[in-house]
Design a protein around this ligand. Sequence first.
Ligand code: CA
Length: 236
Amino acid sequence: MEGARVLIVEDEPRIVYLVREVLTAAGYEVFAACNGKNAVEQVALHQPHLVILDILLPGGQDGYAVADRLREFSDIPIIMLTGKAREADMLLGFEAGADDYITKPFSSKELLARIKAVLKRSRQGAAQPVSREEIECGDIRIDLRRRKVTNAGLEVHLTSTEYKVLHELAVHQNQVLLHEQLLTAVWGSEYRDDCEYLRSYIHSLRKKLEKNPADPKIIVRCRGVGYCLVCDEAPE
Ligand code: CA
């Protein structure tokens, strides 16, 4: 995405310098903020296409808090940048609404690849307006206004929780959703560790939607990670 505007939120001048050099050379327009308050102002002011957000920031707001604040008014893609590489931090980041995660030290190649991938995903998301009335996945159609689901033209009766799980998978079709992401989106963050809970709903959804629930082709599990709703890509 030539000319995309990127905001880097980081208090270490060395890293700001590095990111600015790499991204400017690749044709991006780069802004910088050194704390959370300034980051929120810059997003409102410049409406960048993407934010690279460090977790450890001065001024009382860490990266998670900044992501939370940004999510109150914007769905701008966020890549968290951090020296920490613990899984718990990664999950906190996703919960706060981050789209991806880069661990320091990173190479310029990795940085560019991540940015490109996140921008591409966000463009695909934007191409499907939020106000759309229907999501299609193979034979499955989800009528968002009436909250009705059909499979090959036949109505499928889902409980309201089953519907929420399917809806969450469908709006992220062909992407793996982490267990924690799904649990948080459907039940709330206090349920983020209840994988058994999720498993039982996935089981009943498969019974209602899959030709052979024992060999699922639509709601596919990625062992230890999460689930993915597999839909044929629309022809280009
Ligand atoms: Ca920092």
